[in-house]
Ligand binder design. Structure first.
Ligand code: HEM
Length: 219
């Protein structure tokens, strides 16, 4: 399989994950509403996610995307390190040698650690029923709001979630620009707009996800 094909898989799966994050952040913003509103809305949103067949199919695509993104990014980073001559080909070093572009592997590993802990915290409990039983709210929905509320009243998790949103921001900023270039987007004016858009996107995602645990902690 050619380097270009591997990079295209990383780019396409990465873009899909970027779309997921927009939806995920919008839903998690519900946590910031007053408790009487937030609990009901968040729990019924979470129930809809689990019960809709269409969303379940999208969720499987999401898991496959995460796995492919991680595996191919690992392979390309390893091969780049091995052959000094083509080192940093993946990161478009000639055009962009920012700190983030040269450390995508390290940033990716930090995000992977975050995702594993995060999935154990929520997904494994809510979707797989592993660990402590999740109670139901007055409407009979799983009380995922309570799971979140309890987790973010533990200061260590607040620090863990908030701090790891910094590498997420750097990874998204460089990753988004890089993905479009890999997929053949080379329009000069467009690239300037793309650079600004990816910066705004990365800041919104990292600040948005980063402040939720802090606000919930003080709720
Ligand atoms: C404040 C931050 C966050 C909160 C409160 C949060 C909350 C949740 C909850 C409650 C679930 C389980 C959904 C359900 O089935 O009901 C979930 C799933 C998930 N989260 Fe997060 N999340 C946060 C940040 C993130 C970030 C930054 C990422 C990725 C970098 C992420 C990736 C995922 C993934 C991949 C799933 C599994 C999706 C699924 O199976 O539907 N989350 N999250």
């Amino acid at each position: 399989m050619s380097l270009f094909f591997k990079k295209s898989i990383i780019a396409a799966t990465g873009l899909f994950l970027c779309i997921f994050l927009i939806v995920h952040l919008s839903a998690n913003m519900l946590l910031l509403l007053p408790e009487n509103l937030a609990r009901g809305l968040y729990n019924s949103y979470s129930t809809t996610l689990r019960e809709s067949i269409l969303i379940s199919i999208i969720a499987y695509l999401l898991y496959i995307s995460i796995i492919f993104h991680v595996i191919y990014a690992g392979i390309v980073t390893y091969k780049n390190r091995q052959s000094k001559g083509v080192r940093n080909v993946m990161n478009h070093k000639n055009e962009n040698s920012s700190w983030a572009s040269q450390n995508m592997g390290v940033l990716g590993v930090l995000i992977l650690i975050f995702i594993v802990v995060h999935l154990v915290n929520f997904w494994a409990r809510v979707k797989l029923g592993i660990g402590e039983n999740v109670k139901t709210d007055v409407a009979g929905n799983m009380d995922v709001y309570e799971v979140t509320f309890t987790l973010f009243h533990n200061i260590y998790y607040v620090i863990f979630y908030s701090i790891l949103m910094i590498p997420l921001g750097f990874h998204l900023h460089h990753g988004l620009k890089s993905a479009f270039k890999t997929l053949g987007f080379y329009h000069k004016k467009g690239l300037k707009i793309l650079a600004k858009t990816s910066l705004i996107y990365a800041v919104v995602m990292s600040v948005g996800f980063g402040i939720i645990p802090i606000i919930v902690y003080f709720k």
